[in-house]
Write a protein that binds this ligand. Structure first.
Ligand code: GNR
Ligand code: NI
Length: 167
């Protein structure tokens, strides 16, 4: 296993659209194991392959208290969505920034598991938020892009200032 470096907003590679996985093989399973290790170490509740500069449609999520329920979604698709919820979101690619984003309250997702088998999952609450946040990454979209231009400008300025301090 290996820890993978996480891209930081506004890296242009975060805006690439990921392509579907055509074969779930050992190299995909190895990437999933590395993504899970990277997510737990960060620590975070989700990670999209895009964030580790792999532009394939793969997501890992674990919203459980004791970090014992790893979920893997390969080629995820939202089949149905309903309701609305507002959640304060953060992102491992946008460290130190937390902002409220409005998303669907419930989603039904279809994806492949690490054995290449299709499954569907009904998600609500934080899990539903996380699924939508991660699928956005696969589309090249970072959560701050849901915010007003004014807020995005402030966030870019804050991150640029942080980068100058840590350089
Ligand atoms: O760790 C994470 N926490 C989080 C909190 C609220 C809404 C979404 C998230 S996902 C984030 C990890 C991450 O950046 N995934 O892409
Ligand atoms: Ni994120």
């Amino acid at each position: 296993m290996a820890l993978l470096p996480i891209l930081r907003f506004p890296d242009p590679r975060l805006h690439r659209k990921a392509t579907p996985v055509d074969l779930v093989d050992d190299s995909v399973r190895r990437l999933i194991a590395d993504m899970a290790e990277t997510m737990y170490e960060a620590p975070g509740i989700g990670l999209a392959a895009t964030q580790v500069d792999v532009h394939k449609r793969i997501i890992v999520i674990d919203v459980s208290e004791d970090k014992s329920k790893l979920l893997t979604f390969i080629n995820p698709e939202i089949l149905e969505r309903s309701g609305e919820q507002v959640c304060e979101e953060g992102c491992l690619s946008v460290p130190g920034i937390y902002e409220k984003v409005s998303r669907s309250e419930r989603v039904r997702v279809r994806a492949l598991d690490p054995q290449g088998k299709s499954f569907t999952l009904e998600a609500e609450g934080l899990l539903a938020v996380c699924v939508q946040h991660e699928i956005d990454h696969l589309e090249g979209k970072v959560f701050v892009e849901h915010l007003s231009q004014l807020k995005q400008g402030r966030i870019r300025a804050k991150l640029a200032k942080q980068a100058r301090i840590t350089a």
